[in-house]
Design a binder for this molecule. Sequence first.
Ligand code: C2E
Ligand code: CA
Ligand code: CA
Ligand code: CA
Length: 283
Amino acid sequence: KHEGRNTYRLFRTEMNAHDGRQLALESALRDTVESGEGLAVHYQPLVNRDSGEVEGAEALLRWHHPEFGDVSPGVFIPMAERSGLIIPLGRRVMEKVAEQLGEWRLAGLSPPRVAVNLSAGQFWQGGLVEQVRELFQQHDLPPGQIGFELTESVLLDRQQEAVGLLTDLRELGCRIAIDDFGTGYSSLSYLQDLPLTTLKVDRSFIQRLTGDEGERRGSAAIVAAVTGLAQELGLRVVAEGVETEEQLQALARYPVTLIQGYLTGRPVDAATFESRYLGCRVG
Ligand code: C2E
Ligand code: CA
Ligand code: CA
Ligand code: CA
């Protein structure tokens, strides 16, 4: 009992230090969102498995703070979601992406479609469709130049309303991907009910495809089922988090359209993405 109490006290102290850092981080994030300083969007290629061509990219937000250094999205995105900062932050991401795509196109380059991650707060904020439409106009982007990635949990809470919103986005040509597929709800019926285009098989399944014997069998069954289902429904399949040749080999037997992972390309800043993947100018 006595020991228990000491442990408790220690735990409290750590909690307080942790809370203090969280508060400081959150306040720093608030300033950053206002000024826009220290925020950058990186781009990770999505590569067509058969042709090897870069058919798309995912926009991934990066935050560098003078005091805290590089803060991982795994830390600051959940924080932004809890505090509501995700709405202005997400708007900045979309603006940056639209601006960058417009710039590339003006320079005579042909950037691929870029997918932006949407948190629940952003998706349900109201005015999202108008925001997207305006950005397309402002930067003279062709329909569908920007698309979106959402997780199941965002959509399934209010599925009827989601259909309406997604339909509006689809009318702007936007592709809609279900992110981290397989890690959320187990219901599959929504795949048929929502106007989706793409299914992203979560990294955890890809990684376990080359794990030990037991893992391998289980995840192979899941990947087979999920990719087969997607194919039947006419959805494109992205394999997320492919890191090794061995994993790529293991995927060979499944109907996967696109590969995204460190093997085919890490997320890189816009200038690097341009020189690496948008090489030659048109005309
Ligand atoms: P996500 O949407 O699932 O993004 C994919 C994550 O996997 C990225 O992490 C990416 O860097 C990482 N990744 C890609 N290939 C590989 C691989 O081969 N191996 C491994 N181990 N990882 C790989 P990142 O950039 O740290 O982002 C983490 C999460 O933060 C994202 O997960 C997404 O949920 C969220 N996020 C990032 N940017 C934004 C944003 O602009 N808006 C919102 N709402 N969320 C964002
Ligand atoms: Ca994503
Ligand atoms: Ca993902
Ligand atoms: Ca995720």
